[in-house]
Design a protein around this ligand. Structure first.
Ligand SMILES: [Zn+2]
Length: 172
């Protein structure tokens, strides 16, 4: 948790002080955020997001790439490869199978982190139906390019930190 706080202290200067400019939702012409507008853009043609953020540590970018390609060694993935495991339940919430979508989207721990990031960055709720939806989230908010870039990086680092929490939970 200390690492997490440090991250936000470091990033605090580049994001979250949106006084001169406002952060608007672009998914809907009315500028208002709605579940319907989110569903609408999620079904658009989603190109592969491969322009990772330079200031993000490469371990975080590599993690994100792995998550998008579904190459993470989640419990579910290990079970599919017939690797002996005691349980494929998510070690963070212990309520669902640990898939990459669960870890980064469905898990209550992920939800708490996304809601923190959204309120801190003053953007609409961060959610999606796939890892790519999360990775593309920054393109759907009306921000100066530098803030979009910051938000993209924050989302990558936050995703990585969710996985770190999962790994330390597994270790007990
Ligand atoms: Zn979970």
């Amino acid at each position: 948790m200390e690492e997490w706080e440090n991250l936000f202290n470091i990033l605090g200067s580049s994001c979250g002080n949106g006084k001169e400019d406002s952060w608007k939702w672009l998914g809907d012409k009315s500028d208002s955020f709605s579940v319907a507008s989110v569903r609408g853009w999620m079904h658009e043609d989603l190109e592969v997001v491969n322009n990772y953020v330079k200031w993000v540590p490469s371990k975080c970018s590599i993690f994100m790439w792995g998550a998008e390609m579904n190459k993470l060694p989640t419990l579910d993935a290990r079970r599919r490869r017939n690797i002996q495991i005691d349980s494929s339940t998510c070690s963070l919430c212990e309520t669902a199978d640990e898939t990459v979508e669960h870890l980064l989207i469905g898990c209550e721990v992920a939800n708490a982190i996304w809601s923190f990031v959204a309120s801190w960055c003053k953007v609409p709720p961060i959610f999606g139906f796939s890892v790519r939806d999360i990775m593309k989230f920054h393109t759907r908010v009306n921000l100066f390019p530098s803030k979009k870039y910051a938000l993209q990086g924050i989302i990558i680092v936050a995703s990585w930190s969710i996985e770190r929490k999962d790994i330390s939970a597994k270790r007990g």
